[in-house]
Design a protein around this ligand. Structure first.
Ligand SMILES: *[C@@H]1O[C@H](CO)[C@@H](O)[C@H](O)[C@H]1NC(C)=O
Ligand SMILES: *[C@@H]1O[C@H](CO)[C@@H](O)[C@H](O)[C@H]1NC(C)=O
Ligand SMILES: *[C@@H]1O[C@H](CO)[C@@H](O)[C@H](O)[C@H]1NC(C)=O
Ligand SMILES: *[C@@H]1O[C@H](CO)[C@@H](O)[C@H](O)[C@H]1NC(C)=O
Length: 468
């Protein structure tokens, strides 16, 4: 008897489900029809998305749209004037919950975005597809004082990709004008914010790809990775004018396992800046310039610990840059730079193509200090082209010399703009030179030997183990 009851109950439930299912399919069909009709009459509609704003369920009702979140459907206007930040954040929050989702920033529209944080953790393989133009507020006064550190902040994201044919424009010109005022008055007034924002920053994010997009005119750094690992940057363009101060292209800090390739970076500062806590960084096939070249550091400021290791920079063309391959450290720091190689670098009119500067100082005079970030194991290999001031400038620390510095196949000739020093200069630098060397002064620039110094240098490594 009991069995019979459960059987009829089951039958009844199945019937109920069937009725419900039929109704809901019908409802969905009607929905899609309505939607298609509406799309036809709306010139603002992009692709299969719809306008005005549609909540998430609309997408779920359309099989090809399940994983795509167009910010136009979240209320973005795309006119470059209205604030579209909330739409982007809302699209992010929905997409974040779905594996393999894509957030679309469609082409042909301009989106004004205020400083925002796009936060994870999200489901895997989230993509931000930027085909349109993303604009930062252009007025300095319209930036909230609490969000001066960066404009678009990605935090705790994993297995995330940014791609597309669009442009991220930091509209930094008003900030650059302020730069002189920053320098003049060390205390900031009400009108002058205490810092300038980085355009795109990743914080504590792993397995991130950034590809194809353009990032331009940042107030400060263009693309920064901080406390992250497993980063791939491919085929991007970063541009700001040569006279935009402190506008690094890509800035890495406490970040490991990075590949930066096939990109063009020309700004007012370093094309790529590698800071403390970075290791296993591979930078290759980059067109760099204008700017300050590719730099490790400045490291060890204010007696801080700096550890950088396992860096490969190769197949780079440098045009009209101040420096080419450079390592700069402040006096008085601690820690170590080791296992760095710069290879196949073509210099066109570079002031100092090869440089180690352990007396780095951003003022007229910095106090002499004992102690240094030790430098050991740096190869400069197949570096050719033209310089306008000095071909090789290695100014190593008075406290501990640089060791294992190799200069191999260096052929640098004065450019048409040459107005400097023909001689290679090496101070407190141990290592060997080999292969073709032009100018010939490179050949007797480095000191040989230094076995004891090498052992002393290596002992400075231990402070880094807990950091890397
Ligand atoms: C994230 O990407 C990395 C590298 O591609 C991969 O090894 C890892 O398994 C991915 N993580 C997840 C949770 O899929
Ligand atoms: C590089 O990016 C540009 C601009 O987005 C794109 O047109 C081109 O197809 C990309 N190239 C490759 C090899 O992906
Ligand atoms: C130097 O760094 C490269 C690149 O990260 C790495 O492959 C190599 O093993 C390192 N060499 C040493 C001696 O650590
Ligand atoms: C620092 O030391 C160098 C070399 O010994 C010397 O030429 C320079 O004048 C010193 N600078 C200061 C600020 O003491």
């Amino acid at each position: 008897m009991k069995r019979n009851t459960s059987f009829s109950l089951l039958f009844f439930l199945s019937l109920l489900f069937l009725i419900f299912f039929t109704f809901s399919v019908d409802a969905r069909k009607t929905n899609i029809k309505k939607k298609l009709h509406k799309d036809g009459g709306n010139r603002h509609t992009r692709g299969k998305g719809s306008h005005p704003p549609s909540p998430l369920p609309r997408y779920e009702s359309h099989p090809t749209q399940v994983n795509t979140f167009d910010i136009m459907s979240f209320g973005a206007k795309g006119n470059g004037v209205s604030d579209d930040s909330e739409a982007l954040v809302a699209a992010w929050e929905c997409a974040c919950k779905i594996s393999g989702a894509t957030i679309k920033v469609p082409a042909k529209f301009k989106f004004l975005i205020k400083p925002i944080t796009l936060q994870g953790p999200c489901m895997n393989d989230l993509t931000l597809q930027i085909d349109g133009i993303v604009l930062a507020p252009s007025e300095v006064s319209s930036w909230p004082k609490s969000s001066l550190f960066q404009w678009i902040n990605f935090k705790w994201v994993q297995n995330f990709t940014i791609k597309g044919s669009g442009t991220v424009d930091g509209q930094g010109s008003n900030w650059w004008i302020l730069s002189e005022l920053y320098d003049m008055q060390k205390t900031h007034s009400e009108q002058i914010p205490s810092m300038k924002p980085t355009a795109i920053r990743f914080y504590s994010s792993n397995f991130v790809k950034v590809r194809d997009i353009k990032i331009i005119n940042s107030p400060l750094c263009h693309l920064k990775f901080d406390n992250s690992k497993g980063i791939k940057v491919d085929n991007i363009t970063i541009i700001s004018p040569a006279n935009s101060p402190n506008t690094d292209g890509i800035h890495l800090q406490n970040t490991q396992d990075v590949e930066i390739q096939h990109s063009h970076i020309g700004t007012g500062d370093d094309c790529v800046s590698i800071q403390t806590g970075c290791s296993n960084i591979h930078v290759h096939h980059i067109k760099c310039g204008p700017g300050h070249g590719i730099s490790l550091g400045g490291l060890g400021k204010d007696k801080s610990v700096a550890c950088v290791s396992d860096i490969i920079v190769e197949d780079i063309s440098m045009k009209n840059t101040l420096y080419g391959a450079r390592i700069k450290t402040w006096q008085g720091g601690i820690g170590m730079v080791k296992n760095v190689s710069f290879s196949r670098i073509k210099a066109y009119d570079v002031m100092f193509p090869i440089m180690i500067d352990q007396y780095y100082c951003d003022k007229q005079i910095c106090k002499n200090q004992t102690g240094t970030v030790v430098i050991s194991g740096v190869k400069f290999d197949q570096i050719s082209g033209s310089y306008s001031v000095q071909p090789v400038h290695l100014a190593c620390s008075n406290s501990i010399p640089c060791t294992d510095v190799d200069l191999t196949d260096i052929q640098l000739r004065p450019s048409l703009k040459y107005r400097g020093l023909q001689q290679a200069m090496c101070w407190n630098s141990y290592g060997k030179s080999q292969g073709q060397l032009v100018p010939s002064s490179i050949d007797y620039c480095l000191r040989s030997g230094g076995g004891l110094i090498k052992r002393i240098a290596r002992s400075h490594d231990s402070v880094c183990y807990k950091f890397l």
